[in-house]
Each structure stands twice: as C-alpha cells, then as structure tokens.
Design a protein around this ligand. Sequence first.
Ligand SMILES: C[S@@+](CC[C@H](N)C(=O)[O-])C[C@H]1O[C@@H](n2cnc3c(N)ncnc32)[C@H](O)[C@@H]1O
Length: 216
Amino acid sequence: MQKEFWLSRWQNNEIGFHNNDVNPLLVTFLPHLTLPPSSRLLLPLCGKSRDISWLLSEGFAVVGVELSELAVSQLFSELGLTPTIEEKTHCKIFKANKLVIIVADFFELSAADIGTVAGIYDRAALVALPPAMRERYAKHITAISVCAPQLLVSFDYQQEAMPGPPFSVPETELNVLYAGQYQLQRLASSPLEGGLKGKCDALEQVWLLQPKRAHL
Ligand SMILES: C[S@@+](CC[C@H](N)C(=O)[O-])C[C@H]1O[C@@H](n2cnc3c(N)ncnc32)[C@H](O)[C@@H]1O
C-alpha cells in the first residue's frame, strides 16, 4: 500500500478498521506477554486506536507509530491530552505523559527513534500491508524492537475472495516471516462474526511471538 492510500483514507474518514471500543482480544491475551507493570509497549501502525487509551489506563507506557498526522491529532484530542510536539527531519514526535506517538513512515525509523520496548502489540499492522511489504515489515520490526515479544492479531481467509487490506496472513506465512527469531504460539482462532467486511468467511487469530533468544 502506498502512503497516499492511507493518508487519503484518513482524509476522507474511510476508517472502517477503527474500533470505538478497546479490542477484547487485547484485554484477554495481553497477560500472555507477561510484562512487568509499567512496561513500554510498541504499537506499530497505530492509527487512533482505543487500545492505546486502555493500555495507558492499565499503567503501561505506549510508543505508537503512525503515518497520518491527522489520525494522531484526532487521537490526542479524543484522549483529552495536549501533546508536546518535536519536529525532526524524518519524523514528528507527539508526547503526553506516558504516551509517545511518532508520526513517520514506520520503515524510516530506527531502534533509537523507538527507544527500548518490552513488547509489541500488532493489531491491523502486518495485515494492513501487501505481501511484498510484509517481509520488509517483519524484518524491520524485529530489528528496531530488538526482537521484543509480540501479541499479534491476524486474519486467515481465502485471499482470492477479497482484495486486502486487511490481507490474509495464515500460519504458514507467519512462520516464514517470524519463525527464524520467534517461537510462535496460536492463542486463539475464531470465525469473524458476519465475515470479513461481510464479504467472506475469515478466522481472526491471536498469536504470541516469544523471542528464541532472551530479549533485552
Ligand atoms: C489498518 S489501520 C490500523 C490502525 C490501528 N492499528 C487500529 O487497530 O485501529 C493501518 C494504519 O497504519 C498506518 N500506516 C500505513 N502504512 C504506514 C507506514 N508505512 N508507517 C506508519 N503508519 C502506516 C495507516 O495510516 C493506518 O492508520
């Protein structure tokens, strides 16, 4: 997906991926990451997810990455927070309390930009990307997070039935992308109620990715 695709989705308020409530899968499965209290979590391609607000309320620190500044302005306004804003050459950093959102192309960020993170929550990030970008994404997130454990939500459906996003990323592909660095465990797999966008049957799956070598 080109950057313009996402920027125009935000511009035109075509954000069907955005949920108005916290994702129940996050609430149920976050404990599997066994994070110490107050840990810092990375949310790649974060949009203005309500999951951010829930994580903050649970005492976590959040660093999110999002391409659209419009999404990030809406996020802070909906949270009732006024951020400080720092402009750098390749990104713009919005901060308030335990929340940092980096407005940037995720692929242009380094480990130093992100800072130390204890875990990653990927909801609608990997599955938002077309096949050619997913390999690059998986390598990049593994590198800049120094192989932090991940809670990952994915879809498995017949890709021919519907063009993405969201794309189908079945177990076979997750293994290709991540099994070199991570131990993968499927925590849940259930049919998506009403199908994906009402167009085809799909399984929504939750994965725990534990680094094979100790993180940090
Ligand atoms: C499908 S949405 C998911 C948003 C959020 N994770 C959620 O659950 O609501 C994908 C988001 O990734 C952002 N995005 C796409 N490509 C990106 C990139 N290269 N760098 C940073 N953000 C990107 C889009 O603007 C969009 O908000």
